[in-house]
Ligand binder design. Sequence first.
Ligand code: NAD
Ligand code: MG
Length: 394
Amino acid sequence: MSTVQQVTVLGATGSIGLSTLDVIARHPERYSVFALTGFSRLAELQVLCVQHRPRYAVVPDDASALELQNNLRAAGLATEVLVGEAGLCAVSADAAVDCVMAAIVGAAGLKPTLAAVQAGKKVLLANKEALVMSGALFMQAVKQSGAVLLPIDSEHNAIFQCLPGDYSRGLQTVGVRRVLLTASGGPFRETPLADLECVTPEQACAHPNWSMGRKISVDSASMMNKGLESIEACWLFDARPEQIEVVIHRQSVIHSLVDYIDGSVLAQLGNPDMRTPIAHALAWPERIDSGVSPLDLFAVGRLDFERPDEQRFPCLRLAREAAQAGGSAPAMLNAANEVAVEAFLQRRIRFVDIARMIESVLNAQPVQAVEALDAVFAADARARELAGQWLAGR
Ligand code: NAD
Ligand code: MG
């Protein structure tokens, strides 16, 4: 690896992408931007290109590629603009790349993230949906290629930091009893149940502690985010679903904990700012400045914990059931959730319909084995079709 690492940022215009670029810009002697990708907000992508001067930029279609290419040339940049999924996979797997930040949201991130994994890169995984969809195949690809997979999701990054370096020998072998996954409980933790019927996308996206993209904000409000994260944790740390316990901790200062058989419980704490896990994973096993201010425990004052309520958050139960069912179920859960969240954001369904729609999709289709990626995409497509029918049939 060269002294200056070449980094591809998939989903550069998003919340995680921008935080990644903020950390990278603090360390020009360590990191250089190889490629930036965006799907919308292409004017912002152009500004990022001027700032970070990547070798490649990737956009979704030919027309926007032409426009961006012309603008970048006019600005005196040699950046080459590539198009679509083929472009995303190319900048993930390029021989000159050391590290890929996988920060595209949803199933759209699976192929480019896998391309980085198969090319044996250091992969910083924010795109939890990719792992939820294809868990076994994804982890098998990591093993085969020797890719270094580092979790960006703050909880998983915290767990990674609290585990011993040899945890891949097995959680039980290294003395872990349980993994405690913390959750803020989102904006509706205390909303009267009857009022959940009429909450708006604006209320759902107003997260009390974290500033994030709209999809993950709605997932946090429904706690599907914690459901997806439980599945993510099982794959990342080779844990059984019953070894993961969700704890509501409303201050979001403890990012997760690991409970050992001798009674020790290790936690990772910090201000809720994604630049901490990003800097941790970028520099691992070293440490670098992230720009995050030091944690002021006196200002935090207290740390509270509660058991999650599955009546209030039925998505937690749906995710648990999908994890237990295995096979195609997590991919279907994820796809149905993506359609439901989008429909809620477009005000086509109510917040409480998200879980109803997902449950109806999961009940409509028997679980199938997924032995290859084609089966994952087939499950994803089938769930989207069933979700579309549910929407049309109401
Ligand atoms: P975001 O919506 O802010 O950004 C998403 C990025 O993906 C954008 O750059 C967008 O252009 C790109 N994108 C969207 N659809 C695409 C498509 N079809 N093809 C290619 N690119 C596409 O989302 P975010 O909050 O940055 O989250 C990104 C990922 O990180 C998600 O999987 C999320 O669950 C995960 N994550 C985010 C946070 C957070 O604090 N934001 C925390 C933990 C995990
Ligand atoms: Mg998280």
